[in-house]
Write a new protein. Structure first.
Length: 398
């Protein structure tokens, strides 16, 4: 049988949208679309669309019953903004898949470019699915919490407290841990490491296609980080406080409910306790006396401007140029700068190191960048510098 035209399917979805929404609600409620309830919907709506649903592959048979194909079910979830909340452990699975792909990318960075490109693309898709799952869960949790706050279902107080505790313990707190970048095992922390790695590779990878893939992935990671930060703020600043207020809106009633569950296990508390309090502290007299006594004795105070001594370093360009020219050729200019400063001052100070780099612009030398060598790390007094390997040789007539 030939597949229906795309426009035909879209027109069908638009024409029978109300009936399809009823079917979506049935599957959301029962997990499947039972045959009997499908027939009831057809009779009520007057839309005999079962054969078209099967021909257009919108639903499929499941024994005597039916269910939406996943693509159409997700479409209605998105259109109606009604998502099934996922357990945090279901979302946590992305940490495993993302970690494996990231490890394989690092291990195969200098191997087959086709496989490397496919892994980068798979990593991109996994991160996108994770971000969408978090967004859907946050939307669903926010809707559930607001409905619970307004008590749409007319629940009694004990049931509201139980439901609020359920959402906090099983969904909100675990999901918040997943998004906490300060948590060592969180997926957000893993994405931060991936972002740093991809940022370096997008700038210095030799293959143009792979470099562009790294560029695309890095841009997406920056946007994902902003999106996850928004979801995390929504959880901590709105969702968690809102649902905590539901759970603790009456501390006395909450305690009374717990007491009624097992009244024999705890002694009856005293309802009233007599106490006498004063609007001022018992130590007010002594505090005031101590405060006033500090002004009773005049002390002579001398203010002196200390002479500021500083040993200002002046860069002797001719001296260091002569040292460099005498040691040419140099395999690594920046390493020579570090060793020279260590020999003269026992440490590499940042300002002195940058002063020495001015020698690169002197006449009589040629500079060659060694692309085969990785960049070297040089630790100065204030920072760690990642520098290339520059070969220096004499050039011209000396």
């Amino acid at each position: 049988m030939n597949k229906a035209e795309p426009k035909t399917i879209l027109n069908f979805l638009a024409t029978y949208f109300d009936s399809l929404k009823d079917l979506f609600d049935l599957q959301t409620e029962d997990g499947i679309i039972r045959k009997e309830r499908l027939q009831e919907m057809i009779q009520v709506r007057g839309d005999d669309i079962l054969s078209q649903l099967l021909d257009y592959k919108i639903v499929k048979k499941l024994g005597d019953d039916y269910e939406f194909r996943e693509t159409y079910y997700k479409l209605f979830e998105f259109i109606l903004n009604e998502f099934r909340p996922l357990l945090p452990e279901t979302i946590q699975k992305y940490e495993h898949s993302i970690s494996i792909l990231f490890r394989k990318i690092r291990e195969g960075i200098s191997k087959d470019k086709l496989i490397l490109g496919q892994r980068i693309n798979d990593l991109y898709n996994e991160i996108k699915e994770f971000s969408e799952a978090v967004e859907k869960n946050t939307i669903r949790l926010l809707n559930e919490t607001r409905e619970l706050k307004s008590n749409v279902e007319k629940l009694d107080y004990q049931e509201k407290v139980r439901k609020a505790s359920f959402w906090i313990d099983y969904y909100i707190t675990p999901l918040n841990n997943i998004l906490d970048i300060n948590h060592a095992e969180s997926i957000t922390n893993k994405l931060f490491d991936i972002s740093n790695y991809v940022n370096v590779r997008r700038l210095n990878f030799d293959d143009e296609n792979i470099r562009l893939q790294f560029e695309k992935t890095y841009t997406f990671l920056v946007q994902t980080n902003d999106d996850l930060l928004k979801q995390s703020k929504l959880l901590t600043n709105e969702l968690l406080p809102l649902i905590e207020r539901i759970r603790t809106e009456s501390v006395i009633l909450t305690g009374w409910i717990e007491f009624l569950k097992a009244p024999a296990k705890a002694p009856l508390p005293k309802v009233f306790k007599i106490e006498r309090v004063y609007p001022y502290s018992n130590d007010m007299y002594l505090n005031a006396k101590e405060y006033l006594e500090q002004f009773a004795i005049d002390e002579t105070i001398f203010l002196e401007d200390p002479t500021m001594l500083s040993d200002k370093w002046v860069f002797n360009k001719d001296l260091y140029k002569a040292k460099m020219m005498n040691q040419l050729p140099l395999d690594s200019f920046f390493e020579w700068c570090g060793l020279t400063l260590k020999g003269d001052y026992q440490q590499i100070e940042t300002d002195k190191f940058f002063a020495l780099t001015a020698l690169l612009f002197e006449d009589g030398i040629s500079i060659e960048l060694d692309k085969t060598e990785d960049r070297k790390l040089i630790n100065t007094s204030q920072m760690t510098l990642r520098v290339p390997k520059l070969k220096i040789e004499k050039y011209g007539i000396s």
